[in-house]
Design a protein around this ligand. Structure first.
Ligand SMILES: [Cu+2]
Length: 309
């Protein structure tokens, strides 16, 4: 998986932003060197010496004033044109219908694909080589969606959808983060963007659309009953059961995902069990209660959730 960096752009959008940053950075560095250099030169060359009067005064010199007005104006105009072109490449107007609607929640990300009906959380799959129009919403407070290698940053604002484009040149997995402080667990609001070949993406979409299988007997069946008898259904959805709530992540294919609790832990059996035992210990402040399950109940529930491939 890629590290979080702005110096390794992997999409036309991110490259446009990166190139602007480099060009602007060079211009700013040149201005700094010239201005600082002139100050140092003036300090040495024109410093007061024994027996010397004031240097020649040139207040109101037209040529000098024209030069130091025109050059900065030209720099500003050049930066304006460069920014304008970058915005055209990195941030074109959104598509009429978004490819993915991503909603920031305290402290996880929901992803809905309106065209296919897929709903998932914290692991966003995209086909490589295709620009996708993303609509960003918030369920509660301000969050910020940021995958530095493949797109710009954008705030999610309650009641005001924002839009960005993301794209990946090739199949690769990227780390994304929330980059706007949004409460206790802001630091654990990570997500993955998994760019795949179009075939892999289609297969993933198909798999996500299948309802959860009902376990046939054993501990997992008891776990399923537990899921339905406790209040899990008030917050979670599992397609193929009566659970349809959207307060917490959709769990229909939870076991196929790589991360748990928006990146606080790797998704494996041991971590899932700790989560169900006491989510507050794994992710303090998390909006899921501690049910104080017995060891047997924990095993049953873990067995059931592990079937949600
Ligand atoms: Cu956040």
């Amino acid at each position: 998986m890629n590290a979080l960096t702005v110096f390794d752009p992997q999409s036309p959008q991110a490259r446009a932003i990166f190139h602007l940053a480099i060009v602007a950075g060079i211009i700013f560095a040149a201005i700094f060197v010239i201005v600082a250099g002139m100050i140092v030169y003036a300090l040495m060359r024109c410093r007061w010496r024994e027996g010397e009067g004031d240097p020649k005064q040139i207040a109101g010199n037209k040529t000098v004033e024209l030069v130091w007005t025109t050059i900065p104006c030209l720099i500003v105009v050049a930066l304006f044109i460069l920014s304008w072109k970058t915005m055209g490449a990195a941030d074109p107007p959104p598509a009429p219908e978004p490819d993915i609607v991503i909603t920031g929640h305290q402290w996880w990300w929901e992803a809905r694909y309106p065209k296919s009906g897929v709903v998932t959380a914290n692991e966003i799959h995209i086909p490589a080589g295709k620009a996708l129009s993303i609509r960003l919403e918030s369920a509660d407070v301000l969050h910020e969606f940021w995958v530095p290698e493949i797109g710009r940053k954008m705030t999610t604002v309650p009641g005001h959808p924002n839009n960005i484009w993301i794209e990946s040149d090739h199949p690769m997995t990227y780390l994304g983060v929330c980059s706007e402080f949004c409460g206790t667990e802001h630091a654990w609001m990570h997500f993955l963007v998994v760019a795949e070949t179009p075939e892999q993406f289609q297969a993933w979409e198909q798999a996500q659309l299948t309802p959860a299988k009902t376990p046939t007997g054993g501990s997992a069946t008891l776990g399923r009953a537990l899921f339905q008898q406790t209040s899990c259904m008030n917050c979670h959805a599992i397609n193929g059961t009566a659970a349809t709530a959207g307060v917490g992540p959709d769990l229909t294919h939870f076991a196929s995902r790589r991360i748990l609790g928006a990146g606080v832990a790797e998704n494996n059996r041991a971590n899932l069990r700790s989560w169900l035992k006491n989510p507050q210990e794994v992710k303090p402040g998390v909006k899921m209660p501690n049910y104080k399950f017995t060891e047997t109940e924990l095993t049953q529930l873990t067995d059931y959730i592990e079937t949600l491939q």
